[in-house]
Design a protein. Structure first.
Length: 243
């Protein structure tokens, strides 16, 4: 919520100096994680297969299989984890709702003590708690925020998390496959494109964080390069051993 400053003389509306971005939508983390995971995991998978001297066709099949399996796995995992977390919060909200209904005096005292502990005058703290507790829905929201650290009206959506994760992973995983689909027969075009994609993802993430664009981009590029190098080496080692 944006801070409100007093209106200028002669005006009716208060002046808004800035606005905050939505940080509770539930889509950013799975989308970012999905895109990064798709790029890194599929690049690593394809690098490992390429390191074992497999054919281009085998590398493409491995990349497409990794894309499909990873996207569905990510979506299922995100849906289950977010749904479980949501159900846990809803269960705790029901406990709080029941306590407010059965023991309103104790809950009022609890809220009063909370405001007093934050430096509010005792009489004012009691009056504020009494007025806020007059509305059961508002009382539940305040207790949930203070005791559970959640807003009952802004719980993350399992569907949003799953769809965001699926789409982002599939998009990221498709990047290293693209050069082979377009006719490449060597690994290096896929590596370069994937590392460029990781750098771009890092730069985009920096727009919603406090990190500089170059730090965020280089961090993702370095992680992807390390994964590709390690899996390529393992693929080469296992390929020689099996051969």
């Amino acid at each position: 919520m944006s801070p409100v400053v007093p209106a200028e003389p002669g005006t009716e509306e208060p002046e808004m100096h800035h606005e905050h971005r939505d940080v509770n939508g539930g889509w950013l983390r799975p989308a970012v994680f999905g895109a990064m995971d798709g790029l890194v995991s599929n690049l690593g998978l394809m690098s490992g297969v390429a390191g074992s001297n497999a054919s281009s066709q085998t590398i493409v099949i491995a990349g497409l299989a990794g894309l499909a399996a990873g996207a569905f796995s990510m979506a299922a995992g995100e849906y289950t984890s977010v749904a479980s977390q949501r159900e846990l919060v809803q269960a705790e909200l029901e406990v709080e709702r029941r306590e407010l209904r059965r023991h309103p005096g104790a809950e009022l005292h609890e809220l009063t003590q909370l405001y007093r502990s934050r430096g509010v005058d005792p009489d004012l703290a009691e009056e504020v708690a009494r007025q806020l507790s007059a509305d059961p829905d508002q009382a539940l929201e305040i207790h949930a925020r203070e005791e559970l650290g959640v807003d009952p009206g802004e719980l993350p959506s399992p569907t949003v998390a799953a769809v965001s994760s699926f789409g982002a992973f599939a998009l990221g995983a498709a990047v290293p496959v693209l050069p082979y689909v377009l006719g490449a027969t060597a690994l290096w075009p896929a590596v370069l494109l994937a590392l460029l994609g990781l750098f771009v993802c890092g730069v985009l993430v920096s727009r919603v964080t406090a990190r500089t664009w170059w730090f965020s981009g280089l961090r993702q590029l370095a992680l992807g390069a390390a994964a590709a190098a390690v899996t390529y080496g393992l693929g080469a080692l296992f390929g020689v051993t099996v051969g």
